[in-house]
Structure formats: C-alpha cells, structure tokens
Design a protein around this ligand. Structure first.
Ligand SMILES: Cc1cc2nc3c(=O)[nH]c(=O)nc-3n(C[C@H](O)[C@H](O)[C@H](O)COP(=O)(O)O)c2cc1C
Length: 475
C-alpha cells in the first residue's frame, strides 16, 4: 500500500521539538517517529553537517547510502567528490569551508542544501511509517526555499517554523509541492523606500526530466502570541495547519517580552501577564495546537489537553537523550550535573546575533567557560541583509569581527556580548571547526529552564533514551 496522504494522518500527541544545530538529527527524529509521535529534524545548517560528516569519513556509510537515493542525478556524486574523505581528516586538519550564502545562489549551492535536508529527512523516515517534520527558523532566510524542497523530496510530513513571522511559507509549500517557482521576501535593513528584495527558487532548474509527485506537508507555525496566530490563520499565503505555542521557559531562542525590554537584576528579560497566550482566543481559530516550554511532564500533557491542545512539544528532555546529536561526552557531563542540580540556565538577551533572547546553560565542567573565542564569521547563517548606499545587498552579523561589522555600517553597541551561535552550536554536536593554532571552536549548550529540575525525571539515571521520555510522558 502507498504511504497514506499526510492529510488523513492523525495528529501526534507529542512533538519532539526541532533543535538546531543538529541536536535533533535523524537518529532522534526516527526514534520518536517510530514510536508514533512526531519526530522533527532540524534543517538549520544541514548541508554543513553533511559536508563535515563526509570529511570525517562517514564510517558506517549511512550518509552515502541515503545520498544515493537523491532523485536529481549527479548531485550526490558532486558532494561526495568534493567532501568525502574515506580516511577522515588528519588530527590537525580543519574542515573544508563552504562558501557563504548570498541571495543569488548557484544551482550547485542550492543542491547542497536540498541534499542536506533530503538526507536528514529520509534517514529519519527509514524503517517505519511514522511522521517526520523539519524545523527551520524564519529569520534564517537564504537557505529556506531549497531546504524545504529537499525535505519534500524525501517526503517530509510536517514543516514547523518560528523565530519570525512565517507568513509566506504556506504558499511556498503549495508551490513547491507542484514544482512551481516561488519567492520569499528578503528582509533588508535600510532598504531604499519602496524597493523589494526577493529570494527566488525554481524547481524546474534542477530536473532533466519529469519530477516525481510530491505531497504538501502540513505546516505548523511556532508562535508566542495569539495575535500572531490569528494573523497567520487569516493572512498567511496558504493553509496553516496548526500552532505550537511556545512559552519563554523553552530552550533555544525565545520570543522577546512584549513592549520595551526590561531585565531583572540577573540581566534576564522580564516576562509579564501580557506575554501569556490567550488559549481561548487560540481555540476560536479552530486549528489544532500544542503547548511548548516546560511541557515535558505527564501532568503538563494532561493539562495541555484539558486546555484544548492536541498535546505538547518537548525539547529539553529529548535534547539530553541518547539519540540526540549533542556530543556524547558533553551530554554525559550535562546530565550528571543536571541530576545533581548543578546547572545554571540563563536567558541571555545579548548572546544571539538575532537579537532574540537565547537560553544558555553553564555548569562546572562546561568546556566553553572562561575561554575567549576569536571572532570569525565563516558559516554566516545568522547574518542579516542590509542595503549598501548603491542599493546592492551586503550581509553582516553582530557576532562577526567588530571592525568588519563597523565597516559595514553596523553599530558598535550591537556587537557587545554577542557570540557565534553558528560555530559554537555546531561544536556542540562534535563538528566544531579547528582553527589556526590548533584550537577547536568551543561548544555552547542551550536548554529550557526545565533542565534545572531534571532530578525527578532522572531518578538517579545518568543516561536515557527517547523511548524513556515518551513512556514518562505517557505517550
Ligand atoms: C538544544 C535546543 C535547541 C533548540 N533549537 C531550536 C530550533 O532550532 N528551532 C526551534 O524552533 N526551536 C528550537 N528549540 C526549542 C524546541 O523545539 C522546543 O520548542 C522547546 O525546547 C520546548 O521547551 P522545553 O525545552 O521546555 O521542552 C530548541 C530547544 C533546545 C533544548
């Protein structure tokens, strides 16, 4: 029998939240999906992760196996030729850099993105009939269209996007499912009045023959306000299938508080009653929704369902389980310390170049403690586009070398306290870049506030799997 259409599938009770960079990779998403819940891979940087893993030798051949099924001829071969190192890298050898993105992207670069997403999704879907989603950040615009198309070529069932206003994505999914060209409006700071910049993607540019039929995945918007949910339900360019309502205790980026930013004595943003989502207003939209942020408890799941939610989206518990992408030694150390209550979680309004609050974890053995990192911007996912005086588009990131940022018209005060989430989060999954002088990029761990109260769930365990999380939640 053919795979059922995504439209007929039941809604999942538990969504394993998408966690970048590579924390929710295919192993975790598969472990959740094969147990009947929604497993979500992160699509952020997936082509970099693929290229780096190929350079590390792809020891079990699983990546090359998945790549071989990519339906556009020549793409997998080109990637293997360029990045695969059968013996892995020498101990002191850095990863081969990939070119930074620009709004006009070469066909080859688009195909690397498509392939990266295809590999993650197809491996997550392998061996079961459960549903798999992909998570992208709306703010990271340049890779979005090819990444979505690559995920759809692998049959992705859900697309989940927050960190911005994903108003155009539903229409994009409709277009991509029909292999039609599509565009996304590029946000460009200081754009001349009336000038619109667009990112364009044309599936037809990639196929020598007929493309295969595609299913339009369901689209869930991740939101932190009912006003945004209402706007998206009414004004998105196509069908929004549901919402993940994410509160400020969730891991990763958080929506900033409403109104002017106020911080407490620890320098953390202060959230108030205005930041609470009105679930009554949400229910009136008549669309399914899930609650996220500290929802990884059986009683929270029941309370969410009593409030009209289908279920919950959980991140932190899954981030620490055996199948997650966090490098094993780092994870062990983190779980051991969390079990003893020896972790500090801080919502930092400055670290992320996006300007959104971002949660960071520190603990006594945290390898990123104290070490100053030399600023280098060579992954560039979080750069923002700005218009130069002549109207052409440049890119800058407040986490890049300060002089370079100032040369591009950036303000010095915007660089204060910024860290390189691109490189540091990539290091967290064991794929950190080696720098001149022999240092390796330090990791940076994010998690929800929940990490501070993990002892009850752990009950003395020092490791656990995705199945344990699902059993605990009662799924
Ligand atoms: C390590 C980690 C990375 C995350 N990365 C992302 C991400 O890339 N995109 C996203 O939409 N949410 C991200 N999140 C949020 C989760 O998808 C989820 O909504 C959240 O973790 C739920 O709250 P909880 O951490 O209290 O369970 C991340 C969370 C964690 C813990």
């Amino acid at each position: 029998m053919d795979q059922p259409s995504v439209d007929a599938a039941p809604w999942p009770v538990i969504i394993q939240g998408g966690m970048g960079v590579g924390v929710s990779g295919w192993r975790l998403a598969r472990a959740v999906a094969e147990r009947g819940h929604l497993g979500v891979v992160s699509g952020v940087g997936c082509e970099t992760l693929l290229a780096r893993r190929l350079q590390d030798g792809d020891p079990d051949g699983v990546l090359r196996d998945a790549m071989a099924a990519f339906p556009i001829p020549g793409v997998a071969d080109a990637m293997v030729r360029r990045y695969f190192r059968p013996e892995g890298r020498a101990a002191d050898e850095p990863y081969r850099p990939m070119p930074l993105y620009h709004h006009a992207m070469s066909i080859a670069r688009q195909q690397q993105l498509m392939l990266g997403a295809f590999v993650e999704v197809s491996l997550a879907k392998r061996g079961h009939r459960g549903a798999v989603g992909i998570n992208l950040l709306t703010k990271i615009q340049l890779p979005t269209l090819p990444t979505l198309y690559g995920a759809m070529l692998a049959g992705v069932d859900y697309v989940l996007m927050g960190a911005g206003i994903p108003r155009e994505i539903p229409g994009v999914l409709d277009a991509l499912a029909a292999h039609r060209p599509c565009t996304l409006r590029l946000d460009v700071e200081h754009a001349p009045e009336g000038r619109i910049y667009e990112l364009a993607f044309d599936p037809a540019a990639h196929w020598p023959g007929e493309p295969p039929p595609l299913v339009r995945p369901r689209f869930l918007a991740i939101i932190a306000s009912h006003a945004l949910a209402t706007m998206l339900a009414r004004k998105a360019t196509g069908r929004v299938d549901g919402f993940v309502v994410e509160g400020p205790t969730a891991g990763g980026h958080n929506a900033p508080p409403r109104g002017e930013l106020r911080v407490d004595e620890r320098g953390e943003p202060v959230y108030g009653p205005r930041d609470a989502v009105d679930l009554g207003a949400l229910r009136q939209l008549g669309l399914p929704f899930w609650l996220a942020g500290g929802a990884g408890h059986p009683e929270r799941l029941r309370a969410a369902q009593a409030a009209g939610a289908v279920g919950v989206q959980v991140g932190t518990l899954f981030a620490l389980c055996e199948e997650s992408g966090i490098a094993p030694a780092l994870k062990r150390s983190l779980v051991a310390h969390a079990g003893r209550g020896e972790v500090a979680i801080r919502t930092d309004p400055r670290v992320s170049p996006t300007g959104y609050p971002f949660k960071i974890v520190t603990w006594p053995e945290d390898p990123s403690r104290g070490g100053a990192r030399e600023r280098i911007c060579d992954l560039g996912y979080l750069r923002t586009a700005y218009a130069r005086a002549d109207g052409s588009v440049g890119y800058r990131c407040p986490g890049e070398p300060v002089d370079a940022y100032l040369d591009k018209g950036g303000r010095r005060e915007d660089t204060d306290g910024r860290r390189c989430l691109c490189n540091e989060l990539t290091a967290t999954i064991g794929l950190g870049q080696r720098r001149a002088g022999g240092s390796v990029e330090p990791p940076l761990v994010t998690s929800g506030d929940e990490l501070g109260a993990l002892a009850g769930f752990l009950a003395g365990r020092t490791q656990f799997g995705a199945g344990d999380v699902i059993a605990y939640l009662g799924g």
